[in-house]
Design a protein. Structure first.
Length: 181
């Protein structure tokens, strides 16, 4: 919901015409995803379906390999040379950007549009009061079977349940056993 709120807020301020949502294909720092790329792409499409300014892109899958923001942005600049790009990030990421691959060149290609986040006030261009939840907390809540309607849109929750994503191994086994009985 935080990503959806940020995209909506930034678009409604009319600073940008479109929001390009780009799920990571393969994390550069070796983080493993609990869902396949195709599942994450589908969930993004569901989450942003009602935002007419949001476009979900599979460009990182097209590029293949490790996802680096600089490489993705370079490919976008080549494909769409007339677009003036901005990189929307939460204030929690600002301190990390200098460690990103070719960060100085990245910021020239796409100046930051920083959105404030609870507990991170520095360098925010905009302040939006977002729900205080992280993606890892959302995944943990899903694994524990906690209520998640304030965290995710219903369409995404339905997709997760239908595809049995983010289940703990124990609950996945229980489901298999109850289906057998």
């Amino acid at each position: 919901m935080g990503h959806i709120l940020v995209a909506t807020y930034v678009a409604e301020r009319r600073e940008i015409e479109r929001i390009l949502v780009v799920p990571t294909y393969q994390h550069a720092l070796g983080k493993t995803a609990d869902a396949s790329y195709q599942d994450r792409l589908a969930m993004c499409s569901l989450a942003f379906a009602s935002n007419h300014r949001a476009i979900v892109s599979n460009i990182e899958a097209e590029l293949g390999g490790v996802s680096r923001t600089f490489d993705t942005l370079s490919a976008l600049c080549t494909r769409y040379p007339s677009i003036r790009w901005r990189l929307v990030v939460g204030a929690d990421l600002v301190s990390e950007i200098s460690r990103w691959h070719r960060s100085e060149e990245l910021l020239v290609k796409a100046p930051l549009l920083v959105v404030g986040r609870s507990g991170y006030s520095r360098e925010a261009t905009h302040t939006v009061q977002l729900p205080r939840i992280s993606s890892s907390e959302a995944r943990a809540a899903l694994q524990q079977g906690s209520k998640i309607s304030r965290i995710l849109p219903d369409s995404v929750i339905d997709y997760i349940r239908a595809h049995r994503l983010y289940e703990s191994k124990a609950s996945a086994l229980e489901g298999d056993i109850s289906e057998i009985e």
